[in-house]
Design a protein around this ligand. Structure first.
Ligand SMILES: NC(=O)c1ccc[n+]([C@@H]2O[C@H](COP(=O)([O-])OP(=O)(O)OC[C@H]3O[C@@H](n4cnc5c(N)ncnc54)[C@H](O)[C@@H]3O)[C@@H](O)[C@H]2O)c1
Length: 356
């Protein structure tokens, strides 16, 4: 049994992780929760009968009844992750892991000193069954890749969440404090991107590290890092951007848009390999237990053939938690560990710098 401490009790905790943790009652027990909102902390601690409650994540990390910490607060997660590792705990870090190269280096240095503790990053799309099937088919086939395109067109507001899960919101946070945190966040982004950044560039960086990062990381797992970033074009409000990455013999294009008026979530990865095209669609960022599928179109004895793999019913958030459990209990290294995620952090910064 792994005793879990949860830091940050908002949407990710309430909608993505706590429901799965509750179901895995023979693997995990929530022994501590922490949020800067006292009301929200009390609500979650009472609802799930959690013995220890804190309004400071550092106090939770020091709690002796916690074996592993899940970091689900906003912003840069390095400080909590470092403290958890230094305190001898395993850590599951929601993406994005860190926002600056300095905090990234500190985190990696601490992880190197704690090789026996697991430090896993929550790139849930990479634990989706259809994604894993796509990778398996890609590795088993010698047809060279000729083109890759991918997108994250995001709407995840009322159409999704209000119809599926109830989220209890913090109602006791000081608006001036929130305002200050927001301002600091933009100042930090400006610093990380080298100063003199436009608002559009900052917004696009936030968008990419909040949602596009899933697909960019998934693509890196499938085909590796690009040789070069050829173009990164951002819209005036920073809510849309288009990227072209150069690989050895092909290009990869990625587009992202956040438009809360679109009544459809549209996220996909398409890989072209001669006569074969694989299409992986993620129908939802959040709705739980919707099956996923992989569609493969190719030539078979001169005839067009389409094969659908799936529907796959495993929930990707459950898959990633099971992987965290497996690694903590077997001392295996998760594929999405901090060293793997470091590649993404550097890529996001390089991309955002080109968005000027
Ligand atoms: N894997 C995914 O698909 C996915 C989806 C959503 C969010 N996330 C990630 O999860 C993290 C949280 O996102 P969210 O949507 O839950 O945000 P949220 O704003 O809904 O919740 C964050 C919570 O953290 C609390 N908080 C803020 N600062 C804190 C601190 N210093 N210590 C403790 N608590 C603090 C806030 O009061 C709030 O309750 C982000 O890193 C986000 O990128 C991942």
């Amino acid at each position: 049994m792994i005793c879990l401490g949860l830091i940050g009790l908002g949407q990710a905790a309430q909608i993505l992780h706590i429901p799965n943790i509750e179901k895995m009652e023979n693997k995990f027990e929530i022994t501590a929760v922490a949020d800067i909102s006292k009301n929200l902390t009390n609500y979650i601690a009472d609802k799930y009968r959690v013995p220890h409650r804190f309004t400071d994540g550092m106090d939770l990390i020091g709690c002796p009844d916690v074996d592993a910490v899940m970091v689900m607060s906003p912003g840069d997660h390095a400080e909590f992750a470092i403290a958890a590792l230094e305190a001898g705990k395993h850590v599951f870090i929601e993406k994005p892991m860190t926002s600056s190269l300095e905090s990234l280096e500190k985190l990696l240095e601490v992880k190197r000193r704690h090789p026996d503790q697991i430090a896993m990053v929550g790139y849930c799309r990479r634990y989706n069954d259809s994604f894993m099937k796509m990778k398996e088919l890609l590795q088993a086939d010698s047809r060279p890749i000729s083109y890759v395109r991918a997108r994250t067109i995001i709407l995840e507001g009322p159409w999704y969440l209000d119809n599926t899960w109830h989220e209890h919101k913090a109602d006791d946070l000081d608006p001036a404090g929130r305002e200050l945190m927001n301002r600091r966040m933009f100042e930090e982004i400006d610093r990380v991107l080298g100063g003199n950044t436009s608002h559009a560039q900052q917004m696009a960086y936030l968008l990419m590290t909040a949602s596009g990062c899933h697909i960019l990381s998934a693509i890196r797992e499938l085909i590796g890092l690009p040789k070069a970033i050829r173009s990164a074009v951002v819209s005036p409000n920073g809510m849309q951007f288009s990227l072209v990455f150069e690989y050895d013999n092909f290009n990869m294009v990625f587009e992202e848009m956040n438009d809360q008026e679109i009544v459809e979530f549209d996220e996909a990865i398409e890989i072209y390999q001669g006569d074969r095209k694989m299409l992986l669609e993620y129908d939802t960022p959040y709705i739980r237990y919707l099956p996923s599928k992989l569609t493969v179109s190719e030539l078979d004895c001169g005839q067009a053939k389409t094969t659908v793999y799936g529907p796959h019913y495993h929930d990707m958030f459950a898959n990633e938690l099971l992987e965290f459990y497996r690694c903590v209990t077997t001392h295996d290294t998760p594929k999405c560990d901090v060293f793997d995620a470091a590649e993404d952090v550097k890529l996001y910064i390089d991309v955002a710098k080109m968005m000027k």
